[in-house]
Design a protein around this ligand. Structure first.
Ligand SMILES: Nc1ncnc2c1ncn2[C@@H]1O[C@H](COP(=O)(O)OP(=O)(O)O)[C@@H](O)[C@H]1O
Ligand SMILES: [Mg+2]
Length: 312
């Protein structure tokens, strides 16, 4: 049984997530090859480890680049850090103005507040790159190779975090607005108000997309080992709680050979874990992917791997 439904036209965004080393990047890149058969596809990496470049065997950059040797496939490395510094550069005057006009803070206080990290904002700006690309609609399918679980969860739950931050800023603005209106009778919104509105809209769009089960799917990847299973449970539960449906779970690196004592033992131990997985994730489609005798990297090998990953 392979992964299914990813070629449905309405489905735009597919994210792969799980513990480090279980095969997320491998699954994301071979899924990209599979979808590029019929769709114009853009593959993103949000993992600062740059493993997508290693997987595809070619350099990738922070600008959209065509994947050499594959029709219909482009790739983009997303850097949350870069996105955040761009955010600060672009909006610093608006944020400063909000702090400045609404509080008794002096310049020094404002500088120190501004130096603090804003929870979720770097990931959000990274995610905004994805969102903007989807809305520009230059591609039919968007695939995201996420960094290990904690990072991916932050990425997906950050609309909530950021919403809190916007609320605080909006409250400050509201007091200021109230004061201005009281003293001068009217209030003309300025670019700081526009900024807050734009942020609010971005968070909303992001939330709507992530929670739409027609347009977005999160594919979990795991291996038949105790710690990976525990982490998968946390991941799937958190995503479900957040309103994102996980429908399919890839169980990667499964031993199939019985030819040696070592192989037999490994296989028996894995069988126990695979039953556990089937028990724990009853609602999910379980996709078993065999351990390969060699590393799964470069286009040719990934093309073979996709035949194991997908149902034809
Ligand atoms: N089914 C498999 N059989 C053999 N090697 C695999 C398999 N799946 C992935 N690999 C290899 O395992 C390593 C980790 O995979 P990767 O996709 O980078 O994991 P992650 O992105 O989850 O950290 C890579 O070297 C990859 O080539
Ligand atoms: Mg990876």
């Amino acid at each position: 049984m392979g992964l299914t439904g990813l070629k449905k036209d309405e489905l735009k965004l597919i994210l792969f997530g799980g513990k480090g080393g279980v095969g997320k990047t491998t699954c994301a890149s071979s899924t990209a090859l599979y979808l590029a058969e019929d769709f114009k596809t853009l593959l993103f990496s949000t993992d600062p480890a740059h493993s997508l470049a290693d997987s595809l065997g070619q350099e990738i950059e922070s600008e959209i680049k065509v994947v050499k040797g594959v029709k219909n496939l482009s790739v983009l490395q997303i850097s949350a850090e870069k996105a955040f510094s761009e955010f600060k550069m672009r909006y610093s005057s608006q944020i400063r103005k909000i702090l400045d006009t609404s509080t008794y803070l002096d310049e020094e206080d404002i500088n120190s507040i501004f130096a603090l990290p804003i929870p979720g904002v770097d990931e959000m700006m990274g995610f905004k790159t994805i969102l903007d690309a989807i809305e520009e609609a230059e591609f039919d399918k968007y695939i995201v190779d996420t960094a290990p679980t904690g990072h991916a969860l932050r990425l997906l739950t950050m609309p909530g975090l950021l919403d809190e931050w916007i609320k605080v800023m909006a409250k400050m603005r509201w007091k200021y607005k109230y004061m201005v209106t009281t003293f001068s009778g009217k209030y003309n919104p300025d670019d700081s108000d526009d900024f807050l509105l734009e942020m609010k809209r971005t968070v909303k769009r992001m939330e709507i997309l992530l929670k739409s089960s027609e347009r977005c799917e999160f594919v979990a990847v795991t291996i038949p080992e105790a710690m990976a299973i525990l982490e998968t449970e946390r991941l799937v539960n958190t995503l479900n709680k957040y309103g994102m449906k996980v429908r399919q779970l890839v169980v990667n690196n499964v031993h199939e050979s019985d030819n040696c004592e070592f192989c037999r033992k490994r296989r028996i131990s894995q069988e126990g874990y695979i039953s556990q997985i089937r028990e724990k994730f009853k609602d999910l489609r379980i996709v078993i992917v065999p351990l390969q005798p060699q590393e799964v990297k470069d286009i040719d090998v990934l093309n073979n791997f996709k035949e194991l990953l997908f149902e034809r």
